[in-house]
Design a binder for this molecule. Structure first.
Ligand SMILES: Nc1ncnc2c1ncn2[C@@H]1O[C@H](COP(=O)(O)OP(=O)(O)O)[C@@H](O)[C@H]1O
Ligand SMILES: [Mg+2]
Length: 242
């Protein structure tokens, strides 16, 4: 692996997700530590995807908000698209694994910060599509910052469920899992699942395999629709279900 990407010096491999590998790197021009995210080579080989990536990053880089991880730069190195962000090594996922369920005030405060990020994005017609604790990063002062805006759309996450690109369907809305068109409500669904996890210490729908999680979800939605149609239960009862 090249030790240098553009004017960024790679220092350490942080981790890898479904689409990319993330490195801690040093911006040699500014002397700052950054997070450099490089698309997996097999995705970089798809010209349509690379094109979409470029377009989505142009939009995402314009999202300036306290609760959104700043995109500092993006480009291509030897045909492989990369993204440079502010470096934030702590994620909500790690916080939840270390601390388990959070106090109600803290969980609600985090949810509100994520909502602020979503609201800012909504003003620019940007839907996140991959809201999950791994994409909520914690700044040094404790502020929550949502990462990876635009990435899911660039990589067409909704149609890739079966191709194993996504690690976890736990936060995915039914319409997204079905590959249907999505709007802001898909992010609200994911935030709801995340809030549930922050409070209960576990995700609302869990199973050993992704397939079973999605099946459980369908079953629940179907039974609710059925109950509503047959007037078996009231909306209040549905809301109080969880
Ligand atoms: N801006 C960042 N600063 C520091 N670490 C990051 C940053 N963005 C992502 N990471 C870390 O890199 C790893 C891979 O991230 P990513 O490719 O986005 O996959 P996922 O979001 O599915 O975990 C994760 O461990 C994540 O915490
Ligand atoms: Mg991520």
């Amino acid at each position: 692996m090249a030790q240098r990407v553009s004017h960024y010096e790679i220092e350490e491999r942080i981790g890898s997700g479904g689409f990319a590998t993330v490195y801690r790197a040093r911006d040699t021009r500014k002397g700052e530590t950054v997070a450099l995210k490089m698309l997996h080579p097999h995705l970089a080989a798809n010209p349509a995807l690379v094109d979409r990536f470029r377009r989505e990053m142009l939009v995402a880089a314009r999202l300036y908000h306290d609760n959104i991880v700043r995109i500092l730069d993006f480009g291509e190195a030897e045909g492989v698209p990369f993204l440079v962000m502010e470096y934030l090594p702590r994620s909500l996922d790690k916080v939840l694994r270390q601390q388990g369920p959070l106090p109600v005030e803290e969980a609600v405060d985090i949810a509100i910060q994520v909502l602020r990020a979503l609201d800012c994005a909504r003003e620019r017609d940007v839907i996140h599509r991959d809201i999950k604790p791994q994409n909520v990063l914690v700044a040094a002062d404790g502020t929550m910052k949502v990462a990876d805006f635009g990435l899911a759309k660039a990589l067409d996450i909704s149609s890739s469920l079966s191709s194993q690109v996504i690690g976890s369907p736990h936060y995915m809305s039914p319409e997204q899992a079905l590959g249907r068109p999505v709007d802001i409500r898909t992010d609200l669904y994911s935030l709801g699942a995340m809030l549930y996890q922050m409070l209960a210490g576990r995700v609302p729908f869990d199973a050993d395999t992704s397939f079973v999680v999605v099946q459980k979800l369908y079953l629940l939605v179907l039974s609710f629709i059925l109950c509503k149609t047959m007037r078996w239960i009231s909306s209040e009862e549905i809301i109080s279900y969880g």
